[in-house]
Design a protein around this ligand. Structure first.
Ligand code: TXA
Ligand code: MG
Length: 354
């Protein structure tokens, strides 16, 4: 299959491309499109066969449910059984935006979309192309990140093409890289207490301002016990991973962390491996060998989040075998960064303070 890539420079002038994409969606096909978090691979969320095409194109395990994207708050009404009153305050505060809300689903949503769960994940993305595509399609769009299952989420149309060229009919290219850069915060509102299942751009602090209190799922920074199924099925997989092996170094001071990374670097170089270092602006001067990329300043975790996946893809392009990555404070946006980095590393963290 040929994968068409349409650049959308000007949403009004290039509306024909959105119309063509919407026509594909109505025919039960899949289309990749930009959102403010990462690129999504969308299909009609109400059509089980169309949703199956997403799972096939990505090679995604079909016990991993999808997020349903809407273009207006009112569009969630037919999709849910009930929504606690705080849901409205959340939508008011954060929609459109990188917050996915889980609610009890109605019979309208097919089991393919929710992988058989009785709940549905809902989000209104904050990106003009995504909103126009949903609106024009006239149906909610089920959309996971537009990458092959297990690899890094795409933040440019080029990344989507690298993973899915030939497997999908169309990519809408939003020109600019995705602004948030990490997938949305997933908040479960279907139980007694609100729980963050996946951290993202809407931080625990921001949610507390609206909800008063919010819990964090215990799997966010830890491997899940294989005997228990995690609340968010996507969190149990090794995920968000570049081809290179990743090892994270955590330390009580930046100097200590950099020293240990340099020790490990010497060892891996000695073994003839090609080594990448994911440093920060504050520590760059500590390193002089290997492929060195700064994730940005520790003062600006939101900017680190924006560029994280692109940096990991850079290491793959450079052909490194192993990436030695620095820990960042797991506060606010840092929590989402570490949640993804820890999974990219398959939970391999070296604590240098011990
Ligand atoms: O920012 C995003 O959320 C992007 C863009 C495209 O919107 N989408 C995205 O989708 O990251 P995906 O499929 O890569 O991740 C969806 C996550 C998975 O961890 C999945 O297990 C979880 O949300 N999820 C979906 N429905 C759920 C449900 N009913 N209950 C619990 N977790 C659910
Ligand atoms: Mg994904």
């Amino acid at each position: 299959m040929e994968t068409k890539v349409y650049k959308i420079n000007d949403i009004e002038k290039d509306f024909w491309a959105i119309d063509e994409a919407a026509a594909l969606i109505r025919q039960g096909q899949v289309v990749a499109f930009p959102t403010e978090t990462v690129y999504g691979l969308g299909a009609n969320a109400l059509d089980g066969q169309a949703v199956d095409r997403i799972f096939k194109a990505k090679g995604r395990p079909n016990d991993n449910p999808l997020i349903v994207h809407v273009s207006r708050r009112g569009d969630i009404e037919p999709l849910v059984l009930e929504a606690p009153p705080e849901t409205h305050a959340l939508m008011e505060a954060f929609w459109p935006g990188p917050l996915t809300i889980i609610l009890k689903k109605s019979g309208v949503v097919p089991h393919e979309t929710t992988a058989g769960l009785s709940t549905v994940a809902l989000r209104m993305p904050n990106h003009p192309i995504a909103l126009a595509l949903i609106e024009r399609s006239g149906v909610p769009l089920a959309a996971p990140s537009a990458n092959t299952s297990g690899s890094l989420s795409p933040t440019t149309a080029q990344h989507v093409l690298e993973d899915l060229s030939g497997a999908i009919p169309m990519i809408l290219d939003g020109i600019y890289p995705c602004r948030v850069g990490l997938e949305s915060t997933v908040l479960d509102m279907s139980g007694e207490n609100p729980i963050i299942l996946r951290p993202g751009g809407i931080t625990p602090g921001m949610l507390k301002e609206v909800l008063g209190c919010v819990d964090l799922d215990e799997s966010i920074l830890k491997p899940t016990d294989p005997r228990h199924s995690p609340r968010s099925p996507g969190m149990k997989y090794k995920h968000y991973a570049p081809r290179a092996q990743v090892v994270i170094f955590k330390g009580s001071s930046l100097e200590m962390m950099a020293d240990k990374i340099n020790d490990a670097l010497d060892e891996y170089l000695g073994r003839g491996l090609k080594v990448g270092i994911l440093a920060s602006d504050e520590t760059l001067s500590h390193y002089s060998q290997g492929e060195i990329i700064s994730m940005g300043s520790r003062e600006d975790p939101a900017a680190i989040a924006t560029g994280l996946y692109a940096s990991l893809r850079e290491f793959d392009k450079a052909g490194v075998d192993i990436i030695l990555a620095e820990w960042v404070e797991e506060e606010e946006e840092g929590l989402a960064i570490m949640n993804r980095m820890i999974r990219a590393a398959g939970f391999h963290v070296v604590d240098t303070s011990r």
